[in-house]
Design a protein around this ligand. Structure first.
Ligand code: AMP
Ligand code: MN
Ligand code: MN
Ligand code: MN
Length: 277
């Protein structure tokens, strides 16, 4: 099997390593085909591709776009995009646009909950000033000893309904798929098992995604349990989606899965990378 890992993050969004360092980790893990998919940002693509090619590892350009669908945040990965596409570049810039104000609001709410200075604290973990994320706040709260781990911070402070949570409107599903397709890429529903939708809502999401020209879903990801691998393999079969595989690696100490170490996709599914072979 080709060891493809088509979902991970660098310091250009909320990962802890530079794109070149992530390339090195992927290479050492035996990854044959790699994509860096930073949140709402393609500023790391040139470095990632150069590092991969210097190591003799195949590279696919990638991005993970934050969207709002049915009042919830969903992530759409774009693979094999042209990182120079002006519409994609503008769309991502607009998507990133509200992050600074959102972060200020999060900081005010955390201060009201007894944790002052979170904006400045989070900023110290930010690699790209244009992309301040909840993950950076989580690292700050761990640093000051407020919580034991990043996932603990999300559970106590940063998830919907918690004191530091700020509702935010991201891009639309339609725009995300349009930008990705317009840049020559394939749109992929990221980690579907993470969304708290009813079966009816999931059906509507997959129908709309397919009707808009979305072509793939993540089946094997660091965010899924083995049972969810089976569940979303069935969705891929039912909708005729291509299947993707990616760790969602954010760094050596915080990730649910290591790069390139996930199980293979079920044999009967068509891998998304069949498009580039
Ligand atoms: P943001 O784009 O600022 O809303 O931050 C979203 C990021 O937070 C995701 O990409 C994950 O890296 C991280 N995240 C979300 N939920 C959790 C969780 N429960 N545990 C750890 N990290 C999380
Ligand atoms: Mn992330
Ligand atoms: Mn995601
Ligand atoms: Mn991700």
């Amino acid at each position: 099997m080709l060891n493809a890992d088509l979902h991970c993050h660098s310091r250009v969004s909320d990962g802890t390593l530079s794109p070149s360092e992530v390339a090195q980790v992927a290479f050492e893990a035996g990854v044959d085909l790699w994509a860096l998919t930073d949140h709402d940002e393609i500023g790391g693509q040139r470095e990632a591709r150069a590092a991969a090619e210097a190591l003799g590892m195949r590279y696919v350009s990638g991005v993970e776009i934050s969207i709002t669908w049915a009042n919830r945040t969903v992530h759409i990965v774009g693979l094999n995009i042209d990182p120079g596409n002006p519409t994609l570049i503008d769309g991502l810039a607009a998507t990133r646009g509200g992050r600074a104000a959102r972060a200020q609001q999060m900081s005010e709410q955390l201060a009201a909950a007894g944790i002052p200075g979170a904006y400045e604290g989070a900023l110290r973990f930010v690699g790209n000033p244009d992309l301040i994320s909840r993950t950076h706040f989580a690292r700050f709260l761990v640093e000051i000893g407020q919580c034991a781990s990043v996932s603990d911070v999300f559970a106590k402070y940063l998830s919907e309904g918690r004191p530091g949570y700020v509702a935010h409107r991201w891009a639309t599903l339609e725009d995300s798929v349009k930008w990705i397709r317009g840049a020559g890429g394939i749109a992929v529903v990221a980690h579907p098992g993470r969304y708290k939708f009813t079966p009816l809502e999931f059906g509507a999401l997959f129908d709309q995604f397919r009707d808009l020209g979305g072509e793939a879903i993540e089946v094997v990801t660091g965010s899924h349990t083995p049972e969810q691998y089976r569940e979303y393999a069935d969705v891929a079969r039912q909708y005729g989606f291509l299947a993707s595989r990616g760790s969602d690696f954010h760094g050596p100490t915080e990730s649910r899965a290591l790069l390139g170490k996930l199980p293979a996709l079920p044999d009967d599914l068509t891998p998304v990378w069949s498009r580039w072979q």
